[in-house]
Design a binder for this molecule. Structure first.
Ligand code: CTP
Ligand code: MG
Length: 230
């Protein structure tokens, strides 16, 4: 089975604050996107990578990847993304070579995902699961809230909740069908597959696969990187 990674990197990173697009910000002097591509390329399972760049940034992203030297063994394409993450992933899927059977979708904004997590997701799909997500238990208690009144409407039992990360792994045909069928807004790919009624398997996530979303996440990412280099 041939496995590809689609890396959506077309977001602006509004929650990180003003500046260059999030994927082009640096960690330890290296762009976040380059860390993410390396993390996926390091996985033995991954043979093809499609990077989904900001629509006006494909040439810049290509140049950046070439400048940082990517492994020869991985075939890396760069395509333009869309307005929403869902659209960016769909455009990435459309650029996959015909012979790919398994697709890992990985946020560029999760630059420090350990290779073991990537391999575990790929392995579970290759073993027959149509959809696989890495996930961790929550530290905080989560409540549902009515945004109009500011009143709490419920408290789901924390033991049943999981925070879901990427890479999320899929049988290619299942993921393509989900993207062709589900049109309303979603925040991850697995939720689209869930709506088809397809089972989604959970495997252990990793703390270092956290998403760089807000400024404090950059502080944490720099610290993790410094610890790895020590
Ligand atoms: N993404 C994308 N295309 C979009 C929006 C998001 O490819 N139109 C990508 C981001 O580049 C990121 C991943 O989806 O790697 C996860 O999204 P998120 O963390 O929300 O990043 P942004 O959308 O860039 O951040 P924000 O929501 O704060 O603007
Ligand atoms: Mg976003």
């Amino acid at each position: 089975l041939r496995t590809a990674a689609v890396i959506p990197a077309a977001g602006r990173g509004v929650r990180l604050g003003p500046g260059v697009p999030k994927a082009l910000r640096t960690l330890g002097g290296v762009p976040i996107l380059v860390h993410a591509v390396r993390a996926m390329a390091r996985a033995r399972a991954v043979q093809v990578i499609v990077v989904v760049a900001p629509p006006d940034g494909t040439a810049e992203v290509r140049a950046l990847l070439d400048a940082h030297g990517m492994p020869e063994s991985t075939d890396i394409k760069v395509v333009a993304g869309g307005e929403a993450r869902q659209e960016s992933v769909r455009l990435g899927l459309a650029a996959l070579p015909d012979d790919v059977d398994v697709v890992l979708v990985h946020d560029a904004a999760r630059p420090l995902v350990p290779v073991d997590t990537v391999e575990a997701v790929a392995e579970a799909v290759r073993a027959g699961a149509p959809a696989v997500v890495p996930a961790l238990p929550l530290a905080d208690t989560v409540k549902t809230v009515d945004p109009d009144t500011g009143l709490v409407t419920g408290t789901p039992r924390r033991a049943l909740l999981r925070a879901v990360q990427t890479p999320q792994g899929f049988d290619r045909a299942t993921l393509v069908k989900a993207h062709d069928t589900v049109t309303h807004d979603v925040t991850d790919d697995a939720s689209m597959v869930e709506q088809l009624g397809v089972p989604v398997q959970v495997v252990p996530g990793h703390e270092e696969a956290f998403k760089v979303t807000r400024p404090l996440d950059l502080v944490l990412a720099e610290a993790v990187l410094a610890r790895r280099r020590a």
